[in-house]
Design a protein around this ligand. Structure first.
Ligand code: NAD
Length: 259
């Protein structure tokens, strides 16, 4: 764990993260813990969650890992409530888990759209609602909802993903508008291509890793994709008082792809 000012940034704060067992969620959880927060690391896969929490502990941070399907309303509410009650506070929610179902209008079924909506919009709504019950009375809190740069641009043949990611940015802005006066901030995190297993489906669609890397090199002005750690720095920024006057923002981190 890092020492000094960075470590103190989130000292004494409590953070809850969904989908934190791998990729961006994991990198964010590690970074929040490095900045001093106690992190509840939740993931659909309990082993992954516990591994990340162990990693944090081994590095001198504080964390608890737990298995949680973010699309299970009751389990999600219960886990957030339990964390807030146990620690007597909840300062940060990073609602991160998401799903990408590829296809254009005629390939994606209504059930696919429902499935996308359930995790990419509804789960964030349920998590934010549960967290707000603990943040508003204390007059402070930071809610970070993972959207995507697909929420500020239109991809090709990604109707379920682009629609739900646009919708959740609208939801984050509405929460920000309604709860700013209570001291609770809400921002959307909008990464572009990040090198994680989340792109496995798109990689298959492209015809393999080499083809995908060629696409990324050609498509993105910076000529590469991001490491998950490059997104984690922005998660700490949004979680901390460094962004104390920022709310309702869609923070795009995409190497210029959406320009
Ligand atoms: N990687 C990218 O290029 C990229 C870009 C933009 C946005 N995003 C967004 O980031 C999020 C995930 O991306 P990542 O790169 O961290 O993915 P990842 O595949 O590296 O990790 C996702 C984690 O979420 C967990 N998970 C899946 N379904 C879950 C559920 N229902 N409940 C709880 N946990 C669940 C998985 O077990 C896994 O550990 C999504 O919201 C996605 O839209 C990713």
């Amino acid at each position: 764990m890092r020492a000094g000012a960075e470590r103190d940034m989130l000292q004494g704060r409590v953070a809850f993260v969904t989908g934190a067992g791998a990729g961006i969620g994991r990198a964010g959880a590690l970074a929040l813990a490095r900045a001093g927060a106690f992190v509840i690391v939740s993931d659909l896969d309990p082993d992954r969650a516990i591994r990340v929490a162990d990693e944090i502990t081994e590095l001198g941070g504080r964390a608890k890992g737990l298995g949680l399907d973010a699309s299970d309303d009751l389990a999600l509410i219960a886990a957030i409530d339990a964390a807030a009650v146990r620690h007597g506070r909840l300062d940060i929610l990073h609602s991160h888990a998401g799903i990408q179902i590829p296809g254009a209008l005629e390939q994606v079924t209504a059930d696919d759209m429902d499935l996308s909506w359930r995790l990419n919009v509804r789960a964030h709504f349920v998590a934010a609602r549960a967290a707000m019950a603990h943040m508003r009375p204390r007059g402070r809190g930071s809610i970070i909802i993972t959207a995507s740069n697909s929420g500020v641009q239109y991809d090709r043949e990604m109707i379920a993903y682009a629609t739900t990611k646009h919708a959740v940015i609208a939801m984050a802005r509405q929460i920000a508008a309604d709860y700013g006066r209570f001291g609770v901030r809400c921002n959307a995190l909008c990464p572009g291509f990040v090198d994680t297993s989340f792109n496995a489906g798109f990689e298959r669609q492209m015809g393999g890793r080499t083809a995908l890397e060629g696409y990324v090199a050609g498509q993105i002005p910076m000529g590469r994709w991001a490491l998950a750690e490059e997104i984690a720095d922005s998660i700490v920024y949004l979680a901390s008082d460094r962004s104390s006057f920022m709310t309702g923002h869609a923070l795009v981190i995409d190497g210029g792809e959406s320009l």
